[in-house]
Design a binder for this molecule. Structure first.
Ligand SMILES: Nc1ncnc2c1ncn2[C@@H]1O[C@H](COP(=O)(O)OP(=O)(O)OP(=O)(O)O)[C@@H](O)[C@H]1O
Ligand SMILES: [Mg+2]
Length: 326
């Protein structure tokens, strides 16, 4: 079956210019996402996850430079659009994003209703206040906010973190986008609220036939939410595949380590591992595999030559010299 590709990122390279040097944050990442698929980008802090998400909606900070690569959304060449076209045609309308900290997204001086009315007027052109209000209330109901009439008149600081994240999701989805990027949407929430937000996202994804890119540092969360997983490290792909294949047949030593970090029923917490060491300095050249200093299987070639990407199964890729040696 041929499936439509909604997003295609090809060999993306992104640098940040800082007073201390150039940080090569994304080093040749490619992503192909089909309609209705949900892909999780997993990696530890600083691996470049948010940078890829922000580039996709062209919201990178000013010190970021895309040095190479292409981002295609359907037939739209994202990197070639003018800012005006981007905000009129794509951002919020076709592709929306939800962040880790919803409070930082909203102007504290506006009520939830005012925020929603603005988005609804801008993206859907509904200027009749009563109609827009009804639409807004329905959006709040869609994200299962209790008492939407009260929420609509509340200021962001009057709502809990979980409620505010639901509002952020409602705002993100109000113009009916086809692709949702969720960047660590549950990291700042209590565990029980986290589970509720994940359930909500899964339900909305199915009901609205959304395609999704879900960003997290937690492989356990990734496995629960997404049908595909991409493991990112120092701005490069380490492993990618269908969730089931990654969980049952992880190839890269780093993916295996990440899996050992997931708490599971029947495994004593004291046996949970963590991965010693840190990401390499992204300002200095990395001659070989960026994981070489932390990997228990490192040999000479790992330190000297970047590993190629091997196809190890159906849509299962890995970038590790070890694979060739097996
Ligand atoms: N505005 C910026 N200026 C300079 N460097 C930046 C900027 N934003 C990110 N970086 C650097 O780029 C690299 C990738 O950062 P990014 O935020 O994409 O990582 P991440 O995987 O999203 O991490 P986290 O899990 O902490 O959110 C890091 O080294 C980070 O310090
Ligand atoms: Mg991030």
């Amino acid at each position: 079956m041929v499936r439509d590709i909604i997003l295609s990122i090809n060999d993306l390279h992104i640098d940040y210019y800082t007073p201390d040097g150039v940080i090569r944050a994304v080093r040749g990442v490619s992503i192909e996402l089909c309609k209705g698929e949900s892909l999780c980008i997993v990696g530890e802090s600083g691996s470049g996850k948010s940078t890829i998400g922000l580039a996709t909606i062209r919201a990178l900070p000013q010190n970021a430079v895309i040095t190479r690569g292409a981002i295609l959304y359907n037939d739209i060449d994202i990197l070639k659009l003018s800012e005006e076209e981007m905000s009129k045609r794509v951002r919020g309308k076709e592709i929306s994003i939800v962040f880790q900290d919803p409070a930082a997204m909203f102007n504290p001086l506006f009520t939830v209703g005012e925020i929603l009315l603005d988005v609804i007027a801008t993206h859907l052109g509904i200027r009749d206040r009563r109609k827009a209000y009804e639409y807004g209330i329905n959006m709040l109901k869609l994200v299962e906010l209790p008492d939407p009439e009260r929420v609509v008149n509340s200021y962001p600081h009057e709502l809990s973190g979980g409620m505010l994240q639901r509002v952020a999701i409602a705002v993100a989805l109000s113009a009916n986008p086809k692709l949702l990027i969720a960047d660590e949407p549950t990291t700042m929430l209590d565990v029980t609220i986290q589970a509720q937000i994940l359930d909500l996202l899964k339900r909305l994804r199915n009901e609205l036939s959304l395609s999704m890119i879900f960003i997290t540092h937690n492989l356990g969360v990734a496995a629960e939410v997404c049908n595909r997983i991409m493991v990112l490290y120092a701005g490069t792909l380490f492993e990618e595949g269908y969730t089931e294949d990654i969980l049952t047949n992880p190839i890269h030593p780093y993916t295996r380590r990440l899996l050992e970090c997931i708490p599971r029923a029947g495994r004593r917490v004291s046996r949970l591992k963590f991965i010693p060491g840190t990401l390499p300095d992204l300002r200095t050249p990395i001659p070989g595999c960026p994981f070489a200093p932390r990997c228990e299987y490192t040999t000479d070639i790992c330190r000297k030559t970047p590993p190629p990407i091997y196809e190890v199964g159906y849509k299962h890729k890995v970038s590790c010299h070890l694979y060739q040696k097996r």
